[in-house]
Write a protein that binds this ligand. Structure first.
Ligand code: ADP
Length: 227
């Protein structure tokens, strides 16, 4: 569960807040699309969830963790609950597909044996079987994003946050990535997707939350979006 209760984030006192008394409730296993023009506050909202930023006021609770009482030493535990995917993939260029995904498990202290059984399953799930030994530069944009998604879900987070994951992709690859996010959601992961792409939003027929100037101006179960 994700809960924001009247959350305000002000970076700079001379400017309007990036988020202004935003309240939002997302149930476990929901698929939610967050839309809004550039500067609306989408990234800020995601950064508050991952604790890269702290709110100026308001309450945030994610997966039973109340951020008011969250100690810095427990942030890794929180981040294990939230997988994140970005527009620019953020892969390690000198490592293969297998190694990029395995890296997330290595830093979590998993044994080699566990890594060898877990990573191939996730690579297969995202549709990259046979590409284990490829390096990022040998892959298409869509394939790179699949690697990033595999890395984000390999530790089985409860929530997957995808920040403009199709921003660098053509329409065909974009839709494939969105279908993959739907598949991951079907297996029980909450998905929070931000996008500018009205076509994707309208095709998905999912809950759509619209942010404008730091405020939620619309929240509809089968929402649509006009740019
Ligand atoms: P979006 O992701 O919807 O484009 P952002 O959350 O990045 O929107 O930005 C919302 C507002 O907050 C913008 O006016 C932006 O300039 C401002 N902002 C974002 N990050 C910072 C920061 N680190 N310092 C100061 N202002 C920021």
């Amino acid at each position: 569960m994700i809960l924001l209760d009247r959350v305000t984030k002000t970076y700079d006192k001379n400017h309007n807040p990036a988020l202004n008394r935003v309240s939002l409730h997302i149930s476990p296993k929901e698929f939610v699309i967050l839309v809004g023009t550039s500067g609306a506050g989408k990234s800020t909202l995601l950064k508050l969830l991952t604790r890269e930023e702290k709110p100026s006021s308001g309450k945030i609770v994610v997966g039973g963790i109340d951020y008011d009482t969250l100690k810095d030493k427990h942030i890794p535990l929180l981040r294990r609950k939230i997988g994140v995917v970005f527009q620019d993939f953020k892969l390690l260029p000198q490592r293969t597909v297998f190694e990029n995904v395995a890296f997330a498990l290595e830093i979590a202290g998993m044994t080699n044996r566990e890594i060898k059984t877990t990573v191939p399953k996730v690579i297969e799930l995202v549709g990259l079987k046979g590409k284990e030994k490829s390096f990022p530069h040998q892959l298409s944009g869509g394939e790179r994003q699949r690697v990033a998604i595999a890395r984000a879900i390999v530790r089985q987070p409860k929530i997957l946050v995808a920040d403009e994951p199709t921003g660098n992709l053509d329409p065909k690859h974009s839709w494939d990535i969105v279908k993959l996010l739907e598949k991951i959601n079907k297996y029980g992961t909450t998905v929070l997707l931000t996008t500018h792409n009205a076509e994707i939003v309208n095709k998905l027929k999912r809950r759509v939350v619209v942010l404008e100037h730091g405020k939620i101006t619309s929240d509809q179960v089968q929402g649509s979006y006009k740019q």
